[in-house]
Write a protein that binds this ligand. Structure first.
Ligand code: 1YM
Length: 641
């Protein structure tokens, strides 16, 4: 090893260049450097523990938010190998944390049956952290390596003590670099939702989350589900009313590909079908989902015909009919997944379609035969859905014939804008007539349309499309949007690229906002997903000093603004009135003027979280709703809606 020094220097430089590349373009490795990217770092480390669990060596993982907003992840696996790595000449621990593996996949890690790709994200986390400490328990010894300032070795792997020979595992602590990230504050709820999801998706694995920061009132959460995705379905249906007792759970394996599905119907009208590959949400579906959907439609039709529930003259049930009120989790673990589509959210492997179809149709058919009572209830529900679909079609045709859904003849309350280019046009959905009046006077009539909402909006969580179409306010909204609804919905026809909900910041205002969001979520989800929906944010305070007028949204912003003024500024603060009490000029100035207002974009960041909230608030169960409304103000903040 006469060249050891030289060799080490060369690879050392390469290593630093590799990590430097991550710091220069973090987005390429973790997507974004906002709060999402910050949380992504946690999952990169946790993924290594999960891989160890999938390999069968680890059954407990702990995640801790430390006082200083650093993160600790612990597992009880074999511990990262400590011996010298043949290629780098340094310990494997250091190699995993400093060498950016070429050709690696950084988008979230996953299930790997071959060890070769392990730990790819670890070096990325190191590159983006001010410090990382890795501790390995193995061979009766405690090993430790330390890195600082984006991956520079501060302490090579060193034995720092002894431990019980039985004890094995890896502990990693890292602190994200605030020079890289917009924020360095971890959000417990965000970590909790994904931690729980990982526990559902990996049955038997115990995941613990704890927050050690000051001023937090949580004692932590432990998630451990022997039932895996069946318990996930039970969880998703907890605020709904299941229509049959058993959760159906089917699984199968072929050539190293594992496929699993759990499902249960509830009395609602929305479906909640979520699919995963190697624990990653495939939000755009793919072959695993297609196999199941195809089999589900076929098996229910076959059963319904054989049982003579569906008569010879009856049309077959459609894919939409059989998924009404269906909560379903599909999970596939694949050694070599092909992710497709713009956001890589679609599984492409064609062999999985067949596996999914086979496993599902065999198991589901057997379930129907062995549980005739459940089978009948399920088939009857899908047949009701089919009848409602036909009724909605008729209702649509009827309203269309009356000219109701046609904007030209729309004699209602919409005060339209002059410009016809959707990309510059906005529509304000305004609560109440008086605010509507001010908005009409205060708007920019070129690009801003106003739709005052007078009556109550129907709670569509409890209604199917045919009934929704009988509600006048909803009809006005559909007409104004121009997209149509249901089967004929067409996003390209949307007449305004900004749909702005303008309601008061009080309980009534929140109620109307939630009703509108429920409507959008149920019937116009692509509009929300495309980022067209916003909430206007009327300010709470007005601060005047000299000629400057500053509007702020909340007490915190007020205090921050006041603190930013030089000490001897004399100023005047007024608390703002509700929308209805503002005159046109005030409303324009504070809430509508494109150059001054602040809009909040409504995203369906986490469709599942949104669905949970919608069911609690709008569903049949009363108790969750009461609890929820008590916390309503908080909800408006957290939902990101
Ligand atoms: C808190 C983070 O990284 N755990 C972890 C990582 C590894 C192993 C076990 C492991 C893998 C293998 C053999 C193998 C990693 N090893 C590597 C590499 N927790 C955490 N636990 N022995 C131990 O895959 O063969 C990368 S990660 F590459 F060194 F094998």
């Amino acid at each position: 090893m006469e060249n050891r020094e030289e060799h080490y220097d060369a690879s050392d430089i390469q290593v630093l260049e590799g990590l430097e590349a991550v710091r220069k373009r973090p987005g390429m490795y973790i997507g974004t450097t906002d709060v999402k990217g910050l949380h992504h770092l946690v999952w990169e480390i946790v993924d290594n523990s999960i891989d160890e669990a999938l390999a069968g060596y680890c059954n407990a993982i702990e995640i801790i938010i430390n006082k200083d907003n650093s993160i600790t992840v612990k597992d009880n696996g074999r511990g990262i190998p400590v011996e010298k790595h043949p290629k780098t000449g340094i310990s494997t621990v250091e190699t995993v944390y400093t060498v950016l593996h070429a050709g690696g996949k950084f988008g979230g890690g996953g299930y790997k049956v071959s060890g070769g790709l392990h730990g790819v994200g670890a070096s990325v986390v190191n590159a983006l952290s001010t410090f990382v400490t890795v501790t390995v328990y193995k061979n009766g010894k405690i090993y430790e390596a330390k890195f600082v300032n984006g991956g520079k070795v501060e302490q090579p792997l060193t034995i720092i003590g002894d431990c019980n020979i039985e004890r094995t595992g890896t502990t990693v602590t890292f602190k994200p670099d605030s020079k890289i990230f917009d924020t360095d504050i971890y959000d417990y709820e965000t970590l909790k939702v994904r931690t729980r999801e990982l526990a559902f998706l990996n049955k038997g694995l115990k995941l613990t989350l704890r927050d050690d920061r000051d001023n937090v009132d949580t004692t932590g959460d432990t998630f451990h589900y022997e039932g895996g995705i069946s318990e996930y379905v039970r969880f998703l249906n907890q605020n709904k009313t299941p229509i049959h007792d058993n959760i159906i759970h089917l699984s199968g394996e072929e050539e190293g590909v594992m496929f699993e599905v759990a499902m249960q119907y509830n009395s609602g009208y929305t479906d909640n079908i979520y699919s995963f590959v190697n624990n990653i949400n495939t939000h755009d579906g793919g072959t695993h989902e297609e196999g199941v959907r195809r089999a589900l439609t076929r098996i229910i039709n076959n059963y319904a015909r054989k049982a003579n529930l569906l008569k010879e003259k009856d049309d077959s049930l459609t894919g939409d009919d059989v998924k009404e009120g269906l909560t379903m989790i599909i999970s596939c673990k694949h050694p070599n997944p092909q992710f497709e589509g713009q956001t890589k959210g679609r599984l492409g492997n064609s062999e999985v379609r067949k596996l999914a179809d086979n496993v599902f149709s065999e198991g589901f058919e057997r379930f129907l035969l062995e549980n005739p009572d459940s089978a009948r209830i399920i088939v009857e529900k899908t047949m009701t859905a089919a009848r409602a679909r036909v009724a909605a079609k008729k209702a649509r045709e009827l309203t269309r014939r009356k000219g109701d859904l046609d904007v030209v003849s729309f004699g209602g309350k919409l005060v339209d804008c002059k410009d016809k280019d959707p990309s510059v046009c906005e529509i304000f959905l305004v609560e109440g007539d008086s605010a509507g009046g001010s908005a009409i006077k205060g708007r920019d009539s070129m690009t801003q349309a106003i739709l005052p909402l007078r009556g109550k909006i129907l709670n569509v969580e409890k209604a199917r499309l045919d009934r929704a179409l009988s509600n006048e306010e909803i009809r006005s909204i559909i007409t104004a949007f121009g997209t149509g609804i249901g089967e004929e919905f067409n996003l390209d026809k949307l007449r305004y690229h900004k749909i702005i909900i303008m309601t008061d910041a009080d309980v009534d205002g929140s109620h109307i906002r939630v009703l509108l969001l429920t409507l959008f979520y149920r019937f116009f989800r692509p509009i929300v997903e495309a980022g067209h929906v916003y909430a206007a944010q009327p300010p709470l305070f007005c601060i005047k000093h000299g000629k400057v007028i500053k509007y702020v949204l909340n007490p915190q912003e007020r205090d921050e603004y006041l603190a930013s003024l030089s000490p001897n500024t004399k100023y005047e603060i007024t608390r703002m009135k509700g929308l209805g009490e503002m005159d046109a000029e005030e409303l324009n100035e504070t809430t509508m003027d494109i150059n001054k207002r602040i809009l909040r974009k409504i995203t369906v960041e986490d469709v599942m979280a949104a669905d949970e909230v919608f069911s609690k608030l709008m569903g049949e169960e009363v108790e969750p709703r009461r609890e929820f409304i008590e916390e309503n103000a908080k909800y408006a903040e957290n939902l990101d809606i």
